[in-house]
Design a protein around this ligand. Structure first.
Ligand code: 6GU
Length: 273
């Protein structure tokens, strides 16, 4: 997979040289190119932004540097025979970045990222390239970052670990908390390793029992416990058919009950006496 990133802070993308993404690069699974947007400015101050039409606070990134940068980056990638590019535009007003989208992006041969600073990029840039290629405007969560570079690191790491051969173990993705097609999208419960006692704290007996069925059940119950506590929305979104008899028992113990129609599980609010 080829990745191009155009940014006014190339040094912000240094983490792409380390850890999992760095190894994927070293092994040849990833071909990463970081570009300085200011290389496509021609005035003395290397201007990349200007005041917004219609007024208001902040600055907007200008069309011309982005247009020239993207034309050149795209021409170079096409020349290298990289296949069909997709543009990934990090923005707090994008669609939520999910594991499902990470899987979709990991299947593309070439991603071009356009992290912006200030109030974002002149809309005409995205509209222009959207006539030529798929454009994914993505947000990594409900909070506001000063720029899209950190989002590029997030998306890149989520995508890179899905590339063939990068994680090493093909099984590793199957249990991902948000793996698509899982029975129910539950958060993963706690994990333990040696030593068996640490500061007076032991390991749940069941994990030492060697009883695979009971261990799987315990892990499932812990996943239900954690998901109800941290992400009740994931439980409510689940098809009740995703829960087996023992899941239902556990959910009841955790204070959850099916709605009258049985379409959803909901937290039963403690009733005041
Ligand atoms: Cl992709 N960019 C910025 N600036 N803020 C964000 C974001 C992206 N995702 C969540 N907040």
């Amino acid at each position: 997979m080829r990745l191009d990133v155009v940014t006014i802070f190339p040094e912000y993308l240094e983490p792409l040289n380390v850890s999992l993404v760095g190894k994927a690069r070293a092994r040849g699974s990833l071909d990463v190119h970081v570009h300085d947007l200011r290389d496509w400015t021609y005035d003395r101050h290397n201007t990349v932004d200007d005041t917004p039409y219609g007024g208001g606070p902040g600055m907007v990134m200008k069309t011309e540097p982005w247009g020239e940068a993207l034309d050149q980056v795209l021409a170079d990638g096409y020349e290298a025979g990289r296949g069909a590019p997709a543009l990934v535009v990090p923005t707090p007003s994008g669609r939520p970045f999910t594991q499902e989208l990470a899987v979709e992006l990991s299947e593309r041969p070439w991603l071009v990222f356009t992290p912006a600073r200030y109030e974002g990029i002149d809309r005409r840039v995205v509209d222009e390239y959207a006539t030529r290629m798929p454009v994914y405007e993505v947000s990594i969560g409900d909070y506001v970052l000063a720029g899209g570079e950190a989002a590029v690191l997030v998306v890149t790491e989520a995508v890179a670990r899905l590339l063939p051969g990068v994680l090493g173990n093909a099984e590793s993705h199957r249990d991902d908390s948000f793996a698509p097609g899982a029975m129910a999208n539950l958060l993963e419960g706690p994990v333990y390793t040696k030593p068996p006692r640490w500061r007076g704290r032991g390991i749940p007996d069941v994990l030492l029992s060697g009883h695979h069925g009971r261990i799987a059940r315990w892990r499932r119950d812990e996943a239900l416990r954690r998901t109800t506590a941290h992400r009740p929305d994931l439980i409510e979104r689940c098809d009740p058919a995703a829960f087996d008899k023992k899941d239902r028992e556990t959910l009841s113990i955790l204070g959850w009950a099916p709605e009258p129609g049985g379409r959803f599980w909901r937290k039963v609010e403690d009733v005041e006496e």
